[in-house]
Design a binder for this molecule. Structure first.
Ligand code: SF4
Length: 1529
């Protein structure tokens, strides 16, 4: 730090505090915005600059950032008691609220550096108010002094063992020249490290901050090196000419306690402190002695001198100004530059540098004997006594001593500027020298120019989410008393935003309305109106004035009658017409209120019993809950309020359940008494993305840290439970509360599923216990066996390493070994040294990372310094893909986890049984190639290579086996649905449920956290509906909306197969959801699985009549290809007594005429496009049908394409996306038959061995199109006709209004990535539901995941437009890129996702939009798609530009797809991250804008420009990619 130039006092202070502390508590306006100190502190910490007082030479001080309104000094207790030196950087705004802590902390060597507020006109009463708290106070008033006094403060704190407050007005150094920081040697010597070590080595054990541990600061036994008086110097004046020198401490020891500071409140000991036998308490003299010694040292080392009281001016001055305030330089300059005839020409200036302890004797010594009159100027706006505190101090000291001072006059110092200082001085001296000086005369302006407070109140933008909901719910009826925006004339926003003020103003508002009701009542019975009608209306209103709804209606009537009447009385009442409405009164606060419930207004509101509502927003992120200091006593406001007994209480989280927030706020409003709505909105900083907030919320709610609940004490009277739990789990404290009143038992009686909801204590060693139990169980199992032990661990994300490990385990057992197989994460690492033989099989995730269930093991061993594995033998087999990261520099990621393990185990002294085996997906048999070589070596090393009579291994169970075994898709699904001990289903049933339209998933946002808490993953189910052509009635829409709210996660996804998909349906709700879907006359059968899936059809809003004809075909095909098993009805649609089915058609018919017992080898998809629209991506499906219109304008038939498909596997060239090939034309009435025959050929010839090669595209490619066609024709009994001509021009949707040939209207909404949900900003879901409630036509889901409001009659258009406008659903002002984009679901629910998709694509597009704008491309449609994995759900391979997830945050980029879906794209770059994507896309878009030909599409241009080669069909998808892989190692 030697060359550092310090430019502001805050920077100087931060630099010293950093070097002289173990911990710096940095008080900030908010965690998102820095203070004037914190930016410097963070810079130092970022550079890892070491602290000079740290116990080790390289230790960096800990910077603890704390919000100014969260009781910041609480953070000091824990570290200071632990023997760590703590300093605090803050503004003066925190001092008064922290007074209780100040008294406690005074006897610790804490340093508080305080920048006085408000800036440029600081209020020194922040200092004088706490002058008796026992601290030492030092002040500085220039940049250089800030540096020196900061250092003094730290040295003094260390020497005296007492707290020191260093305060300063930052604005007084505004134009100071930069100064140097003192050298490390100087700082070190001034701090005195011996004293530092003495303090650090004596921590105080475990007392709570409220216990009085009896600590009293005691005098250091450090002998003082120099107590010599320092010569006094004033700038520009030789020391000899200035006032008297500082005295030694002993010379005035006769001055007694009235002149001593309250800091020395313990009885004063003898001043001969160093020879007392008992350790003496620190006295004022001690402080003075130490500080003088420190200043003497500074003088020797730096040449700058300081004194307890600084005198500036002539030694023979007769008048003197005692200044306590800013403007020291201003006043001293004015005095120095005074004209001879100025009344203050020969005056002196005296300023206290050491304000407490107040050393009266030292003050007397500082005042020249010539001084007769003293004017005291103090800037103290809040006085509790008539006389200013400084005046009293000076008077007491000077008057009690014999001296020359005759007159002391107090003045109140206001705002002074350079221009007004002389005038002010004249006024002061005129008063001072007058015969009868006026006491307390005001000098300067009362008000300074307005300056924003650094710690001013600003509502974090994120927090507006909840106030928006208040607004939406109650509209203008909502009144937020302490809103920062509210206009409170004459009251500062700091005060008006306080809970006390807000509560008071709410009460006043209630009172005012009560009065108004009285006035209206009186008016209703008076004869003051011109007409009679207002009376009746007013009387009616009075009768209903407390009822929200009725008063509203009555108010309308009353206002209209008063307006007509127009009398004076009417006008008077109308002036306050806002009181006619019953307002919803709210007070909004933050979790800062939970630190001190008594003072925060929470208690007042509860105790008052008044009908007001508190909304308290908690923003502590779940991930930081544990990092919070345990001593920071944040209270559970919810519990506090529930214990109070008279309040409505709700705990909500908008990012978890939007509807629950609505419900809670509505109930709070209706509750006649105090209500507390706690609202969770966790964030780390203002610029957190909604995704971060969402993920933190989910974790907190899921694990019961932030349970969602509602508590209504009135419910009991109605015979309903007071408590409703709206989330799954609750935390311990809440459980205890419910237990106390037996409420939990009641709740569980009503709702038995809550039995297992209680979260364990956070931080307990649940996982450790589980591991131990699992291991013991194995050991017991093995005890009876003989043979050498072999422990096999696996780390696996996709199951390959797991299966290998399990198979290795059975083979080991067959060879007589005592074999244990377990996941790496389930293994207690402390047992490792006791193993004899250990084998680890691990796959590779992301960029050379361990798979999820391997990470904890690796984390535990990688940095261990203690493991001794000398007696352990081991071997590792690694699974990876040598081409996954094709760039040379990324080759290190290939099988990295396995290689790392191999190296680290060997380093710990373990012996290799066999060299590491490397399984490579690129080898002819994939990882099996390497495995075949490795396994025999292992058996060899274990001495069991040649064992006779090994049993035959059972073949692995395949999907085909599961299908055959399932008894027409029954399996044991029905039994497992009844098992409430787990939220999961077995793997085999999991495969079968797909045929029924549902997949098991788990929330990947929660995986790690739940694992850490010892919980199974958050399992839930995705349900996909079967909805041919994507046509839904308005009623069905409402039914779907209900299902998502009541049984799912409150959202719906409109999918790329034109259907509804629900997520987050837990096992217990699966059957009710299936039944509800069937009641809505939809089904889910065959929405997933190895069968024909939902049949798609272009929605074609512009030609409804023609659409109807084509749509009928899609329904016919769908029905025709439906499986016929009755298992679906049996499992899902039976009543609870398992007897009656819910829909017709329960004939038992276990026969599949089309499918047979093994169904199809793989999924099968049919879609119909209606030219010129290729919105269904007709080339991407197993069967693509292109509708051909006859000359009569009716549907004639279809060109049938076969063998399109999207799924592929990264780097596996045997897999590829493919476009459908034309088989020929087929008449409309025959189309279902032709489809059937295509499907049957696939059924019989598709590959049932290798699911990666099982789709129809591979069957056709292997067979050849002509052979395949012939087989179809053979079964069909007729040939295809030659294909007819057609033309496509786009595969994206056209948004906005269109009219069809019947004159009906259709509106296409833009639904980004098909997600239907409500957010506080955009209530899309509610809006669509309201439209559905009045819509007479239907909805059509588009293949691009958007939505069409179809068939609106002209007369209904205005009403629909009004609703659209109300809910912002008519907004289509998006870039054409966004309108043409599409993403699959991916995280958090899709188990295959390797990267984000739906949650990320909108973010990426936002980052590109500026570039589009710059290049004039905003209106140019470019088809961009993203998927989380190469399964290709959003059909990425047909996009002009596509991103396909490769690893978390990394994507493969593809270019060159055809604009209307006619051509596949090709790999352009592998595994690139956002910065690379932007770096590629931006210049490319710019080039496109300038180089394209008229009408040339982006995909076509990338080929013409030579950026990418065209892919002609799937089999050359991997040829000529832009980024050729190099095979060099
Ligand atoms: S493309 Fe992959 S990540 Fe996306 S939803 Fe489909 S399977 Fe999941």
């Amino acid at each position: 730090m030697a060359d550092v130039k310090l430019t502001t006092p805050e920077e100087a202070v931060a630099a010293i505090a950093y070097l002289a502390s173990d911990v710096v508590v940095s008080v900030q306006p908010s965690l998102a915005s820095d203070s004037d100190f914190s930016s410097h502190l963070k810079q130092l910490a970022a550079k890892k600059a070491p602290s000079l007082v740290a116990t080790s030479s390289d230790a960096v001080p800990e910077i603890q950032s704390v919000r100014h309104n969260t009781d910041p000094l609480l953070s000091v207790f824990t570290p200071i008691r632990a023997g760590r030196l703590v300093s605090v950087t803050t503004t003066s705004s925190i001092l008064l609220p922290s007074v209780a802590h100040l008294y406690k902390l005074a006897n610790f060597p804490v340093v508080l550096h305080v920048a006085l507020e408000p800036k440029s006109f600081p209020d020194y009463s922040a200092i004088t108010s706490i002058r008796n708290s026992g601290w030492t106070f030092l002040q500085s008033w220039s940049l250089q002094e800030a540096h020196d006094i900061a250092l003094t403060a730290h040295a003094l704190a260390i020497r005296s063992g007492k707290g020191v407050i260093h305060f300063f007005d930052p604005s007084s150094s505004a134009s100071a020249e930069p100064v140097d920081i003192a050298s490390v040697d100087v700082i070190r010597s001034v701090l005195n490290l011996d004293n530092v070590r003495r303090f650090q080595s004596a921590p105080i054990a475990g007392a709570s901050i409220y216990a009085d541990d009896g600590r009293v600061a005691v005098v250091s036994d450090q002998p003082e090196s120099s107590l010599a008086p320092a010569p006094v110097a004033v700038s520009g004046v030789p020391a000899s000419e200035t006032g008297p020198a500082s005295p030694t401490t002993t010379s005035h020891s006769s001055i007694k306690s009235s002149q001593q500071s309250a800091a020395s409140s313990p009885p004063l000991p003898s001043t001969a402190t160093t020879i007392e036998s008992t350790v003496p308490i620190v006295s004022s003299e001690d402080i003075h002695k130490y500080v003088t010694s420190i200043w003497s040292q500074l003088s020797d080392l730096l040449g700058r001198q300081y004194n307890a009281f600084e005198w500036r001016g002539a030694a023979k001055a007769e008048t003197c100004l005692f200044l306590f305030g800013s403007d020291v330089t201003l006043f001293s300059d004015a005095i120095v530059q005074a004209q001879a005839d100025d009344s203050f020409a020969n005056a002196g200036l005296l300023i206290p540098r050491l304000y407490r302890p107040w050393l009266g004797a030292t003050l007397l010594d500082a005042i020249p004997k010539s001084v007769k009159k003293v004017a005291v100027l103090e800037r103290v706006s809040r006085k509790t006594t008539k006389w200013g505190p400084i005046l009293i101090d000076v008077l007491t000291s000077v008057k009690s001593a014999a001296g020359g001072v005759e007159t002391i006059v107090g003045h109140q110092l206001g705002y002074i500027s350079k221009e007004t200082v002389q005038q002010a001085l004249r006024g002061v001296f005129q008063n001072l020298t007058s015969e009868k000086p006026v006491q307390n005369l005001e000098v300067g302006e009362r008000e300074a120019p307005e300056q924003p407070s650094e710690y001013g109140l600003e509502k974090p933008k994120l927090e507006t989410a909840y106030t928006k909901i208040l607004d939406q719910l109650f509209g203008t009826r909502a009144f937020i008393a302490n809103s920062l925006e509210s206009d409170n004339a004459g009251i500062s926003s700091t005060i008006s935003a306080t809970p006390e003020f807000g509560f008071g103003s709410l009460l006043a508002r209630k009172e005012r309305r009560k009065k108004f009701v009285g006035e209206v009542k009186a008016a209703a019975s008076s004869g003051q109106f011109l007409t009679e009608t207002p009376k009746r209306a007013l009387a009616n209103w009075v009768a209903n004035s407390e009822d929200v709804k009725k008063s509203e209606e009555a108010a309308e009537e009353a206002v209209s009658k008063l307006t007509i009447d127009n009398s004076r009385s009417s006008k008077a009442l109308l002036e306050h017409k806002h009181f006619f409405r019953k307002q919803s009164l709210w007070l909004v606060g933050s979790d800062a209120w939970s630190y001190d419930l008594g003072n925060s207004g929470v208690h007042h509101v509860l105790a008052s019993g008044e009908n007001v509502n508190l909304l308290i927003i908690d923003s502590t992120p779940y991930s930081e809950r544990a990092a919070a200091d345990a001593n920071r006593r944040k209270k559970d406001i919810g519990l506090y309020a529930m214990n109070f007994g008279n309040a409505y209480v709700a705990s909500t989280a908008v990012y978890s359940s939007y509807t629950q927030v609505l419900q809670a706020m509505d109930e709070a409003d209706k509750f006649n008494g105090p209500s507390v709505v706690l609202a969770y909105l966790p964030y780390f900083g203002e610029h957190d993305s909604p995704l971060t907030v969402l993920q933190e919320t989910k974790k907190a709610v899921d694990l019961g840290y932030w349970p969602l609940y509602r508590w209504n004490p009135e419910n009991e009277k109605k015979g309903e439970p007071n408590f409703s739990l709206d989330s799954e789990r609750i935390k311990k404290e809440l459980k205890e509360f419910l237990d106390r009143d037996n409420r939990l038992t009641q709740m569980m009686r009503n709702d038995p599923q809550f039995g297992g909801v209680l979260s364990e204590d956070f931080g307990t060693e649940i996982r450790a216990q589980q591991k131990r139990q699992a291991k013991n169980a194995y050991n017991q199992l093995l005890e009876g066996l003989f043979g050498a032990p072999l422990t096999i661990l696996f780390g696996s994300d996709n199951g390959n390493a797991t299966s290998l490990a399990k198979r290795l385990g059975s083979r080991g057992r067959a060879r007589g070994l005592k074999t244990t197989v377990m996941a790496m994460e389930d293994y207690p690492v402390e047992d490792l040294p006791t193993e004899e033989n250990i084998v680890i099989l691990t796959s590779t995730a992301g960029q050379g990372e361990f798979p999820q269930n391997g990470k904890p093991f690796w984390d535990a061993i990688k940095d261990s310094t203690e493991l001794d594995l000398a007696s352990v033998r081991f071997s590792v087999f690694a699974l990876g893909d040598s081409h996954y990261w094709p760039r040379k520099e990324d080759r290190v990621y290939y099988n990295k986890p396995g290689k790392d393990l191999d190296r680290v185990l060997a380093n710990f002294g373990a012996t290799r049984l066999a060299d590491i085996g490397l399984g490579d997906d690129q080898d002819p048999d994939g990882y099996q190639t390497g495995y075949q070589e490795w396994e025999p070596k292992l058996w060899e090393a274990l001495g069991v290579a040649n064992v006779d009579g090994l049993p035959d291994e059972p073949p692995p169970i395949t999907n085909e086996d599961i299908k055959i075994e399932s008894n027409y898709l029954r399996g044991t699904i029905a039994e497992e649905l009844k098992d409430t001990s787990t939220g999961a289903m077995s793997a085999a049933n999991g495969q079968l449920t797909k045929f029924h339209g549902t997949y098991m998933q788990d929330d990947r946002d929660l995986r790690d956290e739940r694992k850490a808490q010892g919980l199974e993953p958050a399992y839930s189910f995705m349900i996909r509906c079967r909805l041919p052509g994507g046509v839904s009635t308005a009623k069905q829409w409402i039914q779907m909306d209900d299902i998502s709210n009541e049984l799912g996660n409150e959202t719906m996804k409109l999918t790329t197969r034109q259907t509804f998909q629900f997520h987050g349906v837990v096992k217990g709700k699966l059957k009710p959801a299936m039944q509800a879907i069937n009641r809505a006359l939809m089904s889910t059968i065959a929405a997933c699985g190895d069968v024909n899936r939902n049949v798609m059809c272009s929605p074609l809003p512009a030609q409804s009549k023609y659409h109807r004809e084509v749509y009928e075909c899609s329904k016919r095909i769908s029905d025709h290809l439906l499986p016929t098993t009755s298992a679906y009805h049996e499992i899902w649609l039976t009543d609870d007594d398992d007897k009656k089915t819910q829909v017709a058609g329960d004939a038992v018919q276990d026969f599949e005429p089309l499918y047979g017992p093994t169904y199809l080898p793989r999924k099968f998809k049919v879609s119909i496009a209606i030219p010129p629209h290729n919105d269904v991506d007709v080339y991407a499906h197993d069967i693509g049908l292109i509708a051909i219109k006859g000359s009569d304008g009716h549907l004639e038939g279809f060109n049938l394409l076969a063998g399109g498909g999207m799924g592929a596997t990264h780097n596996n060239k045997k897999t590829y996306p493919q476009v459908g090939r034309t088989l020929g034309f087929v008449k409309a009435d025959q189309v279902h038959m032709a489809c059937e025959k295509v499907m049957l050929v696939q059924r019989d010839f598709g590959d049932r061995k290798n699911r990666k090669h099982a789709r129809l595209k591979y069957t056709i490619d292997d067979m050849g199109v002509d052979v395949f066609r012939a087989k179809v024709e053979e079964r069909w009994g007729q040939p295809f006709e030659p294909a007819r001509a057609f033309h496509f021009d786009s595969n994206v949707d056209t948004f906005g209004w269109t009219k069809d040939e019947h004159g009906m209207n259709h509106f296409t909404f833009f639904i980004e990535n098909g997600r239907i949900e409500d957010t506080p900003e955009f209530r899309m879901k509610t809006g669509l539901r309201e439209m559905a409630a009045v819509h007479k036509g239907e909805f059509r889901l588009t293949p691009n995941q958007h939505l069409i409001l179809s068939n609106v009659a002209d007369e209904d258009v205005p009403a629909m437009k009004a609703l659209m406008a109300q809910y912002k659903l008519d907004n289509l002002q998006f870039s054409a890129l966004r309108l043409s984009s599409s993403a699959c679901v991916a995280f958090p629910t899709c188990g295959l996702a390797m990267a984000e998709s739906e949650r990320y694509l909108p973010v990426l597009i936002s980052k590109l939009e500026g570039c589009l704008e710059e290049n004039g491309l905003r209106q140019d449609s470019i088809v961009m798609r993203m998927t989380g994995c190469p399964n290709g759900c959003a059909r990425p391979w047909l996009a002009e530009v596509a991103f396909v997830g490769k690893a978390f945050g990394a994507y493969n980029m593809y270019l060159g797809g055809g604009y209307h879906g006619q051509r596949l794209n090709k790999l352009y770059r592998s595994s690139i991250k956002e910065d690379e994507i932007l770096a590629i896309m931006k210049p490319m878009l710019k080039r496109y804008a300038t180089e394209r030909n008229e009408g040339e599409r982006f995909g076509d241009w990338t080929i013409r420009a030579g950026i990418i080669k065209a892919t002609t069909e799937g089999r050359d998808f991997h040829e000529g990619v832009a980024e050729e892989e190099s095979d060099e190692e």
